[in-house]
Design a protein around this ligand. Structure first.
Ligand SMILES: *Cc1c(COP(=O)(O)O)cnc(C)c1O
Length: 214
């Protein structure tokens, strides 16, 4: 089965957005996948995203899925439609200023669902998410759409289920939230069954990435 067929089977009638993660892949490879009908692409590094953003026409829907340094916010904000890794208030006015006069930038708050020291993200509680979310909601140039997480490798269904529960709690207060970004090549079917609405898939679409430093 293809990735798309697996997504459809796991989704059981729900709509899932596929973000093709194109880090380390050439602009030609991205363009080839876009020609097959993939609309959304994700990059971890700002420089790599900007290079592909200027190289590929028509412009795909770009998602920044890696950490953002404050000094790069102004440069990248006009080139993306989604940012998955909001984890601190400092970025909010910078992104909003860079987005003035453009359609609102869709933002996901990154949650450190398994409380790993090595990962960014805020604590998986309503009380941790809401203060950050309320600052986003005060900016007309930004649109808070939901949450993103990167669970531990081999994460059990429980990590995804915890995210789903947090998302549902937040939705009781903010019913327009519609996006839960979770699931990668090794676990996207499980993530979808547990409530993901957006999956970020690299190697299952493009093949294995070259080892770092190779
Ligand atoms: C690399 C990456 C992905 C995709 O990883 P694969 O295992 O290749 O599917 C998804 N999300 C983030 C944040 C990543 O850094």
């Amino acid at each position: 089965m293809s990735v798309r067929e697996r997504i459809t089977a796991a989704a059981a009638g729900r709509t899932i957005t596929l973000v093709a993660v194109s880090k380390t892949r050439s602009a030609e490879e991205v363009a080839a996948l876009a020609a097959l009908g993939v609309a959304d692409f994700g990059e971890n590094y700002v420089q790599e995203l900007l290079a592909k953003h200027s190289a590929i026409r028509p412009t795909p829907v770009w998602h920044l899925i890696g950490p953002l340094q404050s000094n790069k916010a102004a440069q990248v904000a006009p080139c993306i439609a989604w940012m998955h890794t909001l984890d601190r208030p400092k970025l909010i006015p910078l992104l909003a200023a860079a987005r003035a006069g453009l359609p609102p930038l869709n933002l996901l708050i990154q949650v450190n669902v398994d409380a790993e020291d090595s990962k960014s993200g805020i604590a998986p509680t309503v009380d941790a998410v809401l203060p950050l979310a309320e600052r986003v909601l005060a900016e007309p140039a930004l649109c808070w759409r939901g949450l993103m997480c990167i669970p531990e490798p081999g994460a059990p269904a429980a990590s995804f289920a915890r995210m789903r529960l947090l998302f549902e709690r937040l939705r009781e207060r903010h019913p327009t939230l519609d996006t839960l970004s979770m699931g990668m090549s090794d676990d996207y079917e499980l993530a979808i069954r547990e409530g993901s609405t957006m999956v970020r898939i690299g190697s299952a679409l493009f093949g294995p990435r070259p080892a770092k430093g190779a």
